[in-house]
Design a protein around this ligand. Structure first.
Ligand code: URA
Length: 234
């Protein structure tokens, strides 16, 4: 059980002060009856709370899928560039989501955002060994030996890239898929450079079992479904 004003200030963009005004105007109802006071107790798992007829589902955490466009930083704020949280719909901004990991400014595709620190920690943990799959377009055709170079892992100045998978599009060997378990700074680009190719376009298409929803337009955000969250054991 929790106070009605706490319920609404956590689950919606209404502040506790807003809730006082809304209750006064009989705009809030609990199980179909107008709420009398903002401090009345509601059961967040069982009661139906509505504001102006719209039901508000209680949750403290949100888990979002973004189809990231180029030009956005994987950050919550920046003085110069647009950031991915700018793309979060207004009615979800009060949850204060942040990106789980990072994609480069010029990389597109699947980026998760959440306000659940434990979820972030779990996904970023090296122990989880979560593979990320990228689609890349190169400036020169990949060759079968490149597959072996990726599979052997690679030494870089500040880290050793674990064995990675490279798949070459047989119809156009400048198009490849890369799967890496880590996500070190510019890792895919650097691994491709190591075999003599520059990445011209990069898009993340999957994190573990979770695929980028290809029906989600570039720049759009949607909540993860319960089934998608379950892919991460959440
Ligand atoms: N590897 C890169 O080089 N860039 C990204 O954005 C992600 C992985």
């Amino acid at each position: 059980m929790m106070r009605l004003d706490k319920f609404l200030s956590e689950a919606s963009s209404y502040s506790r002060k807003d809730v006082r005004g809304l209750v006064k105007r009989s705009a809030v109802s609990v199980n179909g009856s107008p709420a009398k006071t903002p401090d009345m107790k509601v059961d967040e798992t069982a009661d139906t709370v509505s504001v102006n007829g719209e039901t508000i589902r209680y949750r403290k955490f949100i888990y979002l899928m973004l189809n990231k466009p180029q030009g956005y930083l994987s950050a919550t704020e920046d003085d110069h560039d647009p950031v991915v949280v700018d793309l979060v719909p207004e009615d979800l901004k009060h949850f204060a989501p942040f990106p789980v990991g990072r994609l480069d400014k010029d990389t597109e595709g699947l980026l998760l955002l959440t306000n659940d620190g434990k979820f972030d920690h779990e996904l970023m943990s090296p122990r989880k060994n979560l593979y990320k799959r990228y689609y890349a377009e190169l400036d020169a055709p990949a060759v079968p030996e490149d597959i072996d170079s990726f599979a052997a892992g690679m030494e870089f100045k500040e880290f050793t890239a674990k064995p990675a998978r490279l798949e070459i599009d047989p119809a156009d060997p400048k198009k490849v898929y890369v799967e890496i378990a880590e996500g070190k700074f510019h890792q895919v680009k650097r691994m491709c450079e190591r075999v003599g190719k520059n990445v011209l376009f990069l898009k993340r298409v999957a994190i573990g079992e979770l695929q980028l929803d290809e029906t989600l337009p570039c720049g759009s955000v949607r909540e993860l479904t319960a089934e998608e969250l379950a892919l991460f054991g959440w």
